[in-house]
Design a protein around this ligand. Structure first.
Ligand code: AMP
Length: 173
């Protein structure tokens, strides 16, 4: 099964000039969903992972399912103002301006071995900030996985010190 065939390109979303990689077409295909989950699981099994940390919001879909398969807990990283208890924050640079993500302070502890997961790696700014959040709480980033990687944006360069995996890669738009 070629998973790439299940990804839909949406031009000029959410703003002009962006080709949005829409995973909803993959999610609705029961074989595509199961194969994606199985492939992600095969990357991360037998690594001693205790927690899967998913990034809002598309990182929650496979992140949650993966946590159950890995017999690990699931932790959400969210946009500001969404998490109800005490949080730790990290700000990061966007093309124009900055953005911020948060995690519950008591979500992780030293000794936790973390798999960080999101749907897509673009410039890498979001995932770099997420890895910093995990480390601020004293946990170890064991692996980082994505469904999709946009190679031409060179997000990997920001994440060199980590073990990064992605299932579907694009070398141009
Ligand atoms: P970045 O911080 O640049 O690596 O951006 C990653 C985040 O933005 C992920 O959470 C993605 O869901 C989203 N994203 C960025 N570019 C795209 C794109 N072309 N298609 C779909 N999602 C994207």
């Amino acid at each position: 099964m070629v998973l790439k065939n299940l990804i839909r390109d949406v031009k000029d979303f959410p703003i002009e000039g962006i080709v949005f990689k829409d995973i909803t077409t993959l999610l609705k295909d029961q074989n595509g969903f199961a194969a994606t989950l199985e492939n992600l699981y095969n990357i991360s099994k037998n690594k001693g992972i205790t927690k899967v940390v998913g990034i809002e919001s598309r990182g929650f879909i496979f992140g949650g399912a993966l946590a159950a398969k890995l017999n690990a807990g699931f932790i959400p990283i969210r946009k500001p103002g969404k998490l109800p208890a005490e949080t730790e924050s990290e700000t990061y640079q966007l093309e124009y301006g900055t953005d911020e993500i948060q995690i519950h302070k008591d979500a992780l502890a030293p000794g936790d071995k973390v798999l960080l997961h999101d749907d897509l790696l673009a410039t890498g700014g979001t995932m770099e900030a997420a890895a910093k959040l995990v480390e601020k709480l004293g946990a170890e980033v064991v692996q980082i996985s994505f469904v999709i990687e946009l190679d031409f944006l060179k997000g990997r360069d920001l994440l060199k010190k980590y073990d990064i995996h992605s299932l579907i890669r694009y070398d141009s738009e």
